[in-house]
Ligand binder design. Sequence first.
Ligand SMILES: [Zn+2]
Length: 284
Amino acid sequence: MAEQRIRVGEIEIVSLTDTAGPFFTYSGAYPATPRETWEPFRAQHPECFAGEDGVFTRVGCFLVRAGDRTMLVDTGIGPGPVALFGHSRGQLMDELARWGTAPEDIQLVFLTHLHPDHVGWNLTEGKPSFPNARYIASQTDWEVFHSPEVKAAMEALVPSCIERDVTPLAELGVLDLIDGETDILPGVRAFPTPGHTTGHMSLHVVSGGQQALILGDVFHHPAQVQVNEICIAFDMDPQAAIQTRRRIVEWAAAEGMPLAGCHLLPHGLGRIARRDGTVAWEVL
Ligand SMILES: [Zn+2]
């Protein structure tokens, strides 16, 4: 039975699923990746394939409990329905309730990046959905996503996503922008993992001699662990994304530490194992 929760020393990481489904196609989402590249992965990761060309994917968030501190990492697609994600409606609030967490309990909302499927529950009717939380985002992403071209591109995917779910955080006075490596909580440090977006950040969790990484969208598909060159169409800087994946694979395989990825199945928690001279994603 797949675990939805891991413990890293004194820190708990809980996987939450906002939505999941066959929302994309391989040819559309990974246009630069030839069909044959995927073939070996059909048998290894059948859960990621829906028919001939369909990508089964998930949009997830993570709850981090460290002592008396409670942090949410990313906020999914939001209440929806969101056409880009099969007109689905996010389930994050129900997921939080299932783990005994009320919106008021969240003290920090850490945004790995500002794509519309990671900011959807930031606000409800213009007010913070997590009324006691500070929201943390990367300064770089904040600037990039407010440039006219990127803002227009994002809002073409999900109408008014920046204006409705991102920009008001500053006006409401709940936003802290960070730049470079930054301590977020005792035992939780943010660090840059650029490529998928220019300012994409991940979290290094260290407690009681154990460690883990919360990787946002460094990996969208387990095949990228083995073939780092596979880029999703939404990678803003493919070369930087490839470099980031190489660096993370090397580090995570050497340490054998648990990893958490927002779009990985069935719950985003796994590790990178060395096997037969190569590496592979192993679900925890
Ligand atoms: Zn994403």
